[in-house]
Design a protein around this ligand. Structure first.
Ligand code: ZN
Length: 143
């Protein structure tokens, strides 16, 4: 079951350049930074009420975020992530409804979460992530 919007993923060329905007201009606080090697990105998280913003900086030209920035040089909203209670079942439900999955099997994302993506061709142009907290894995960061 989808429980909430967990976060919005926002592609940026440089975390170090983008974070001051969120901190100084908006008054948010960067709470967590983490590299996700499997996705070739560095991430920075902000809380906005219950929802998080996940800034994504590519670490490699082959990163999906690098490809997004080629098409959108200024950066921009990259994906929406739904927090789900049980990720495999949620993927199966989408698949049964005819949605193309980017990941048939969830993988480790930032923040000790399991994540998987639906293909934007099947979701009316919105790259869609499902994420769920890994069983037994507490978040290692400070919040
Ligand atoms: Zn995400």
């Amino acid at each position: 079951m989808i429980q909430k919007i967990d976060h919005l993923g926002i592609a940026v060329k440089s975390l170090d350049e983008a974070i001051p905007y969120y901190e100084k201009a908006l008054g948010l606080k960067c709470e967590h930074r983490e590299e996700v090697v499997s996705q070739k990105v560095r991430t920075a998280f902000f809380s906005v009420g219950e929802v998080h913003l996940e800034l994504l900086e590519p670490t490699d030209p082959e990163s999906p975020i690098a490809k997004f920035l080629e098409k959108n040089p200024a950066g921009g909203i990259h994906h929406i992530a739904f927090g789900v209670s049980e990720i495999a079942g949620q993927l199966q439900q989408a698949k049964n409804a005819g949605v193309r999955l980017i990941h048939e099997t969830p993988f480790d994302g930032a923040h000790n979460k399991l994540v998987a993506f639906l293909h934007p061709k099947s979701t009316f142009g919105v790259l869609t992530e499902f994420c769920s907290t890994k069983p037994g894995a507490g978040c290692s960061c400070s919040h």
